[in-house]
Design a protein around this ligand. Structure first.
Ligand SMILES: O=C(O)CCC(=O)C(=O)O
Length: 283
């Protein structure tokens, strides 16, 4: 079987220049909806009692959260920061409270596995120089109406570092993403600024940020990436990006997969680890 180039030369140049490329109509509506339905089913089957892990990109929460730390080879559910009353009960329905599901959907759920391992995606990451791909992590991000939390400016290499760095992020819009409902924003060319920090496992347990370059991001250069359902935004591991709160009445569902190269070393100090029972796989 021959598989067409997934990216044309202009798109590859844009990725090299900007650190990201927006590819419209990469996924058809039916496949977007199939993923949404499967995420809905996973949430329906999830019993939230006992799980008080509130996801936040603010470091204190992440640092203390074992539920998060052990999620690299599991399907786990993380709540919006504002999901709970002070007494620990949910402010609104479970379905409207979850921030994201992560981080091994692509290996443990058959629908996500199939979606994540198409010849088109394989070709796309190959077009970007990933020689021996491994699917490292996946996330289903809800960006709930009204309470969808902010994701502060970061690059993915902070969390998923490899040596040398070979990391491509794929962000699939499962619904239209607009400024109003919390689309991605990125700094074009910001991947050339180098690695800012690493999020690593701390020696005594928990995690810490190892700062490499403490200068702030040039956030005045950030640009909104408003995209239609079915678009994939391809992100270089070093490109700075963020998303703002969703205060609108519309959700903004997205699915992300991060791919690394088996020829690069994946450090044991990275926060995200797997047990030997579920080794990383390619396509
Ligand atoms: O989907 C979002 O709002 C942000 C996702 C993101 O930045 C990430 O997963 O690295």
């Amino acid at each position: 079987m021959t598989v067409r180039m997934s990216l044309n030369p202009d798109q590859i140049s844009a990725y090299d220049r900007d650190g990201f490329v927006v590819v419209e109509d990469f996924v058809d509506a039916e496949n977007c909806d199939r993923l949404r339905a499967q995420a809905e089913k996973l949430v329906r089957d999830f019993d939230p009692r006992g799980v008080m892990s509130i996801f936040s990109t603010h470091e204190q929460t992440r640092t203390s959260d074992d539920y998060f730390l052990e999620s690299g080879d599991k399907i786990r559910f993380f709540f919006e920061e504002n999901a709970f009353h002070p007494d620990g009960t949910l402010r609104q329905s479970k379905e409207r409270s979850i921030n994201k599901i992560g981080h091994a959907l692509h290996d443990l759920d058959p629908v996500f596995d199939q979606f994540s391992r198409t010849p088109e995606i394989k070709q796309l990451v190959s077009d970007l120089g990933i020689v021996d791909p491994l699917l490292l992590q996946s996330m289903y991000i809800f960006k709930q109406p009204r309470i969808g939390g902010e994701v502060t400016c970061h690059h993915d290499a902070t969390f998923l570092y490899t040596e040398p760095l070979r990391l491509v992020g794929l962000w699939f819009a499962l619904e239209d993403a607009t400024i109003d409902n919390g689309c991605l924003w990125a700094i074009p060319g910001g991947h050339k600024l180098g690695l800012k920090s690493r999020f690593v496992r701390a020696e005594g347990g928990g995690t810490r940020f190892e700062v490499i370059d403490g200068t702030p991001w040039p956030e005045d250069q950030v640009q909104p990436l408003e995209v239609k359902k079915g678009t994939v935004i391809v992100l270089h591991g070093l490109v700075p990006h963020l998303s703002r709160e969703n205060r609108s009445a519309k959700s903004r569902h997205a699915y992300t997969v991060h791919v690394i190269d088996a020829n690069s070393e994946y450090p044991a100090s990275n926060w995200l680890q797997r047990s030997a029972e579920l080794p990383l796989r390619g396509f």
